[in-house]
Design a protein around this ligand. Structure first.
Ligand SMILES: [Zn+2]
Length: 260
């Protein structure tokens, strides 16, 4: 049975090809009580523009439990998606966003990896130390089945720019605060990473420069000293493996600051 839900979108992944929808985006966020929820599948770019929700915007929609997905947080949208108001602001070190996003506290990657996918498949972690941000060459082209599908969709489907494959895989290397942590290397699939890469490559006409610009933002800025870096993480259903879905990066609170 469908359930009407209000959720704050915190994560949108780079679209992936899909046989039934052409392409799909994984969206995740939190409910008003701070519990995580996954909205999948969403054929984001195929939807009318007024449904194009932004990150940190509340949305309202009808959802059903997806019987094929054993993950407790997963729900399938069965209605139009109605964005409500403007995205929450970043004022006061993201106070308004923190209220919901950190409502249930944070965990570590080691803790989440110790639980099973059925128990928990979405979360927010605070890495103890971010050691590196890596860009590794990936396939440059979609596999032939997908290319054929895109061509068919172009002929019969709604007009939309073809989905571009990003020829790099970007990953964070980090350690949890637990002394027993041996470190993690996790791919990041945030839509913003792919989008920034494409924009910079087009602007500077160079893949190397584009990779450097992505690193500058996602490592240089987002993991800078004064930033309270967090990662939104989730599992890949098929493998149960954890990956990074997005970043949450308010400035650090100033310790011992007095109000007067
Ligand atoms: Zn760890």
């Amino acid at each position: 049975m469908a359930e009407r839900v209000k959720a704050l979108v915190t994560v949108k992944t780079y679209p992936l090809p899909s046989e039934s929808h052409g392409e799909l985006v994984c969206t995740a966020g939190v409910r008003e009580d701070g519990s995580f929820i996954r909205l999948y599948p969403i054929d984001y770019r195929m939807r009318p523009y007024w449904q194009w929700y932004k990150k940190y915007q509340w949305v309202e929609l009808e959802l059903e439990k997806n019987a094929k997905d054993p993950r407790a947080e997963s729900y399938r949208p069965v209605s139009e998606i109605r964005p409500i108001g403007e995205p929450l602001s970043t004022k006061n070190r993201w106070a308004e966003r923190k209220r919901y996003v950190l409502g249930k506290g944070v965990q570590t990657m080691c803790e989440l990896q110790a639980s099973s996918q059925g128990q928990c498949s979405l979360g927010i972690i605070r890495p103890g130390q971010v050691l590196d941000f890596k860009a590794e060459p990936a396939d440059r082209e979609w596999k032939p089945e997908w290319k054929k599908l895109f061509q068919q969709k172009l002929l019969f489907g709604p007009q939309q720019k073809p989905l571009e494959r990003i020829p790099y895989t970007f990953s964070y290397v980090f350690k949890c605060e637990e002394p027993s942590c041996t470190g993690h290397t996790k791919m990041i699939v945030d839509w913003e990473v792919g989008q920034l890469y494409r924009t910079m490559r087009d602007k500077f006409g160079s893949e190397e420069v584009a990779v450097e610009k992505v690193r500058e933002k996602f490592f240089g800025q987002i993991c800078a000293d004064g930033i309270d870096t967090h990662f939104f993480v989730g599992t890949i259903r098929k493998y149960g493996q954890w990956i990074i879905l997005g970043v949450f990066w308010p400035k650090k609170e100033v310790a011992g600051r007095q109000s007067c």
